[in-house]
Design a protein. Structure first.
Length: 75
């Protein structure tokens, strides 16, 4: 769904190949940076994940963020 939106919004008919390559490169770099940052964050948080209190607070924080994201779709 996101790919269809990106192609229809940002790829022009005049420069189809160059616009497509630009969109592909930008999406690839964004995906790489996102995956790398999540992996590094997970590695950093693993040091603290041995504490049950930390895990409990982390799970509560993540659930609140998830509920907030879902609620924002309906606002």
């Amino acid at each position: 769904m996101a790919a269809i939106t990106l192609i229809s919004k940002f790829v022009s008919q005049e420069n189809y190949i160059s616009s497509s390559i630009t969109v592909i490169v930008v999406c690839s770099v964004t995906a790489f940076l996102s995956i790398t940052s999540w992996a590094l964050l997970g590695k950093f948080l693993r040091k603290f994940a041995t504490n049950n209190e930390f895990i409990k607070r982390f799970n509560y924080a993540m659930s609140i963020l998830l509920v907030g994201c879902v609620a924002s779709f309906y606002i």
